[in-house]
Design a protein around this ligand. Structure first.
Ligand code: AMP
Length: 334
C-alpha cells in the first residue's frame, strides 16, 4: 500500500492503561508511526480468556481506544480497530491451532502464570498465543512493537508462520519483535521484582494514564525504594531506583547518566518529588485529549468502525489465499 514495512500490535481492554503499557509499547507505536504501515487492535477476544464482566467489556474497549488516540495514534496514518469486528482472526486462529502443538503451548510463560493456582483453566487461555499469532500474520506484519513480556509469544508466532509456509507453501511474512531496551519492562511501584500490571490487586503499584496529579504525587511518594540514599542506576542492587530512573528518563527525555549527575548528593525524596512532576507534565496533554474524547464518544466509535472496514478488506483478501492453500471450501466453477 505505502511500500513501508507493516507493523501490527495489540492491547487488551482489560483495565486502565498504565505507564508500563505507555512506555513499553504505546509511546513507541506513536513515535514510529511514520516509519511503518501501522495496524493497531484492541484485542477484546483475548480479554475473554480470563473471567471477565461482559457488561464492562465494551466500555473498556472504548476506553482503551480513547487512550490510544489521546496518546497520539493518528487514524490517518494507522488503522485502529477492534479485533472481534474482523472475523478472520478467529478463523485463522483455528487453522494455526491445527499446526501448534500441545507441548509448545504448555510451555508459554504467560499461560503458566495466568493458570497458576486456578482450578478451572479455560482452553481459551491455552489458545491465547495462537490467536495472537493469527492477529499478526493475517496482515503480513513484518514488525511487532511490544514490551518484553510478549517476546515468547512473538517467537511462537514466527514458528507458526514458518510451519504454515513449509506445510502449505510460502504464504505469510515471518514477523520480528521490536522491543526497545529502555522501558520494555516497567516494574511495579510496590515491588520492583514484578512487572507493572493491570491485574495487580494493589492499585498503588501502577500509575494509570488517567490518574490526577495528586494521585500521581501520592503514588510516587509511596513507591518502594532501595536501601542506601544514592540515586544511581543498578538493576541488580537498586532495582526500585533503577525503575524510577527509567521512568524519569523516558518521560523527560534525559539520559540516565545525566539524571545520576543531577541528583548526585541529593536524596530520594527530592528525586521523587521531581519525578512526580515529570510524569504529570508528560501525561497532561494525553489527559486533556482523553477528556475531549470522553465528551464525544461518537468520534471514537466512528474511528473504530472505519478502521475495522479497512482491516476487514486486508484480512478477507488474505484469508481467500489461506483457504485455497489449505484446501478448504469449494473449487471454482469451470
Ligand atoms: P497488555 O496490558 O498485556 O494488553 O499489554 C499491552 C502492551 O503493553 C504489550 O505490548 C505489553 O508488552 C506492554 N506492557 C505491559 N506491561 C508492561 C510493563 N510493565 N512494562 C513495559 N511494557 C508493558
Amino acid at each position: 500500500m505505502t511500500g513501508k514495512p507493516r507493523a501490527f500490535s495489540g492491547i487488551q481492554p482489560t483495565g486502565g492503561i498504565h505507564i508500563g503499557n505507555y512506555l513499553g509499547a504505546i509511546r513507541n507505536w506513536v513515535l514510529q508511526q511514520d516509519q511503518y504501515d501501522n495496524i493497531f487492535s484492541i484485542v477484546d477476544l483475548h480479554a475473554m480468556t480470563l473471567p471477565y464482566d461482559a457488561s464492562e467489556l465494551r466500555s473498556r474497549t472504548i476506553e482503551v481506544a480513547s487512550a490510544l488516540l489521546a496518546a497520539g495514534i493518528d487514524p490517518q496514518r494507522s488503522i485502529l480497530f477492534v479485533q472481534s469486528d474482523v472475523r478472520e482472526h478467529t478463523e485463522l486462529c483455528w487453522i494455526l491451532g491445527t499446526l501448534a502443538t500441545f507441548g509448545e503451548l504448555r510451555r508459554m510463560t504467560q499461560f503458566k502464570e495466568k493458570s497458576k493456582g486456578s482450578e478451572r483453566v479455560g482452553a481459551g487461555l491455552f489458545f491465547y498465543p495462537v490467536l495472537q499469532a493469527a492477529d499478526i500474520i493475517l496482515y503480513d506484519a513484518a514488525v511487532v512493537p511490544v514490551g518484553e513480556d510478549q517476546k515468547q509469544h512473538i517467537e511462537l508466532t514466527r514458528d507458526l508462520a514458518l510451519r504454515f509456509n513449509n506445510t502449505f507453501g510460502e504464504t505469510f511474512v515471518v514477523p520480528e519483535p521490536d522491543i526497545k531496551p529502555a522501558g520494555a519492562r516497567i516494574m511495579s511501584l510496590a515491588d520492583p521484582t514484578k512487572k507493572m500490571s493491570k491485574s495487580d490487586p494493589d492499585p498503588d503499584s501502577r500509575i494509570e494514564l488517567r490518574d490526577p496529579p495528586d494521585e500521581i504525587r501520592r503514588k510516587v511518594r509511596r513507591a518502594v525504594t532501595d536501601s542506601g540514599a544514592e540515586v544511581r542506576f543498578d538493576e541488580e542492587r537498586k532495582p526500585a531506583i533503577s525503575n524510577l530512573l527509567t521512568i524519569y528518563s523516558l518521560f523527560a527525555d534525559v539520559s540516565i547518566p545525566e539524571l545520576e549527575r543531577r541528583y548526585a548528593g541529593k536524596g530520594y525524596s527530592e528525586f521523587k518529588r521531581d519525578l512526580a512532576e515529570v510524569i504529570i507534565t508528560g501525561l497532561q496533554p494525553i489527559q486533556q485529549r482523553l477528556d475531549e474524547l470522553a465528551a464525544n464518544p461518537g468520534i471514537v466509535i466512528r474511528t473504530l468502525q472505519a478502521g475495522a472496514a479497512r482491516a476487514r478488506a486486508l484480512a478477507s483478501a488474505k484469508m481467500a489465499v489461506v483457504r485455497e492453500r489449505c484446501g478448504l471450501g469449494l473449487p471454482p466453477l469451470d
